[in-house]
Design a protein around this ligand. Sequence first.
Ligand code: DAH
Length: 342
Amino acid sequence: MQLHRRNQHPIGILKNAIYDYFDTNYANKFDKFDDLSPIVSVKENFDDVLVPPDHVSRSYNDTYYIDPQTVLRCHTSAHQAELLSKGYKHFLVTGDVYRRDSIDSTHYPVFHQMEGVRVFRPIDWESSGKDGTTYAAEDLKKCLEGLARHLFGAVEMRWIDTYFPFTDPSFELEIYFKEKWLEVLGCGVTEQEILNRSGNADDVAWAFGLGLERLAMVLFDIPDIRLFWSSDERFTSQFSGGQLGMKFKPFSKYPPCYKDMSFWISESFTENNLCEVIRGVAGDLVEEVTLIDNFTNKKGMTSHCYRITYRSMERSLTDEEINDLQWNVREQVESKLNVVLR
Ligand code: DAH
């Protein structure tokens, strides 16, 4: 659906606002990519950015595999190595990314990220008296603090040390927003191995990756991630190109409908698989899936009870419709997940 390429859509408006920041501060420096295919190789998505062979993100439970060598990219970092090899030194990559996950108001199996990379040559840092890594880390922090101020105004920020396979050192930027610290992006100084392999052995680089829905939900006051996919005019008409400050006015909240289901799980059971099946039947009518009870009996059998919340963003649902869905969900869960309904 290319939400990130629609200038009147919150995701596109946010992408353009970030472009503006880079255009203002680094005129004509950053190359922009927003239509690279989301179908990438396992090599591009994981190996090329040094994700270890046993990392959880590689599992079939977390990533959508098309075949054993091909995935739907789970992050825009999948394009770093290729663009570096092609000789790009400053670039932004925006695109849809895909992850298997649980279901709630902030998680959806497809969302959008923007990746930024900047390469420095020795001549850039040599006269500073700093080593390349220190120089890049300082430049990175300055750049991203400026971006956060461009988007959020004068906010309080803090840097958290963290780990990513593709950067060292690695950081997260958090901003203080509505009485909470909110993680807005991950970043760091690119692992030298990535530069060595892409023909940039003498250089250093920084990189960052940010989630556009996460930021847009905060900036536009959008309460549920499913709304981004709505074609309801009451949603789409509230945003206009170039306007970052608009606050979304919920058009109405339709009543939720709760259904519980309990089953004995098997060893292979995972919540992500359950959510995939439920989403497959009920689509965007599922608002949340929560584990509300969990016990193991004397025979060692484990039972889970999940509460499914159904709610449409656009209309009232009928009992009949939900009952049909729920029967369908029960049938599919039992036949696809190797569990025994109770
Ligand atoms: N790929 C990371 C993710 O999806 C985000 C990220 C972190 C990208 C650090 C970067 C980086 O380029 O340097 O969670």
